[in-house]
Design a protein around this ligand. Sequence first.
Ligand code: GLC
Length: 549
Amino acid sequence: MLHLLVMSPTIPPKQSKVPWWKTGVIYQIYPRSFQDSNGDGIGDLPGILSRLDYLADLGVDALWLSPINPSPMYDFGYDVSDYRGIAPEFGTLEDFQALLAEAHRRGIRILLDLVLNHTSHLHPWFVEASSRRDNPKRHWYIWHDGKPTPSGRRAPPNNWLGVFGGRAWEWHEPTGQFYLHSFLPQQPDVNWRNPELRAAMFAVMRYWLELGVDGFRLDVVNWFIKDDRWRDNPLKLFGGLRPYEWQHHLYDKDRPETLEIMREIRQIADAYGGFTVGEVFTPPPGNPELVAAYYDRGRGLHMAFNFAFTYCPWKAESFAKAIERFEKALSPDDWPNYTLSNHDQPRSFSRYGNSLPRAKVAAAMLLTLRGTPFLYYGEEIGMSNTPIPRARLQDPLGRKYWPFHPGRDPVRTPMQWSAEPKAGFSSAEPWLPVNPLYPSVNVAAQQNDPASLLHWYKALLRLRKSEPALRLGSYERLPAEQAVLCYERRLGEDRILVALNFSSTARPLHLPPEASWKVLLATPAFSGENLSGTLLLAGDGVLLLKATA
Ligand code: GLC
């Protein structure tokens, strides 16, 4: 294994000038739940390595691994205690390097999830910073005296709240100040206004890039900078379930100075040919213009996540508007991206009514749009939200708000590989229960079924690879029946038409008259050449056509 430590093979650049992250498809792995190799009920890096052939066969181009750094796991890795190490639950640095080398050998890139807005309270930086007021690392974090009160106790400096509940300010008795935590008290926010902290974080990026990683998913980048006058957030007239949702978050995130940091991050990544995608979380209904701001017209991050689809009801018009709005928000230098679900959002299969035909429509849309698709592990087999008994809840969000909010455990359950016990994920009881549907919803069963969702995903991924117009062509919406989303992707002479029926009844589809069309892919199965005039698009149906003349 030793040679792997020295050598980190990288993927040779293709002749084409288009960067891989524009043409590729990115697959998110939640490492704790993908594959356990050592029988402790927790997924790990050797487990992922053992599934690389599956991922290569599926046809994805890059893996985004949710955090793998050492962490006390209050927020399952989103609370890092050592930015340069590997969590022992997941393996060793050698295991990571072996994974990187084996992935690269298959042409698959690896993106790490960097959590740079906050550290764990057990990170040595915070341990130092909280030891004394005059510790040199004190201002690597955000401290405040608070406000005096008649009782003599101090009150928090403002009304900011933690995303996971409670105040965002925690009183630190030993040093007599509050510290800021936008998430859990065990996740103190770092101070990005401090040049030393900045340099330390940039060094972390360089460390991994030098080791050969292909880029980063950057956690909550829009929280990096806070208002320097500590102003109160205005209250909202109508909020949601959690007090956090009753504020307009004007002052605790999305401050304009953040963009300057994004530019620096971009420069560092570019120097290594690395890619960055930032999580710019915006609550429903989403805010594409704000997301676009983080691209900063080619100077900011390569991409910022577009979560618009995760908020769309199952209506053609709703998706069409989301696409149009994002396309409009981006400058011509910027590249769109789409995602149906991730480790924080309900699974798309459940959101769209636990329907296999609908899951096929959603997949066809995701994989034929202009922009980089992000897949979430298990989406390709139609994994659904798993009910979690209260006693097995792990996510701090679910533990706090259960039963009103199930938290995020339901979307983080073990990958369903087979009908074997524990779904082939582990020989031990997994850290979260396996979805009870696993005996029928699993990879092995779907590999053998040409009508399965897995086959559909593979066919779409193959098509995207073989048709340049699907990867790089323009996007133009075409007029269609109300429940039908129809668009064309065009590149030079190539024209591909995508028709998606969001209703369960058949609808007429009028083909553009200037060409005749052949079927590339369809569900339900349908084939034909020299098609013209009006076709009948089946209920919940998909037609992908190519112009032949
Ligand atoms: C991001 C992550 C989420 C995490 C939070 C705090 O939103 O996606 O899982 O809990 O940041 O790091």
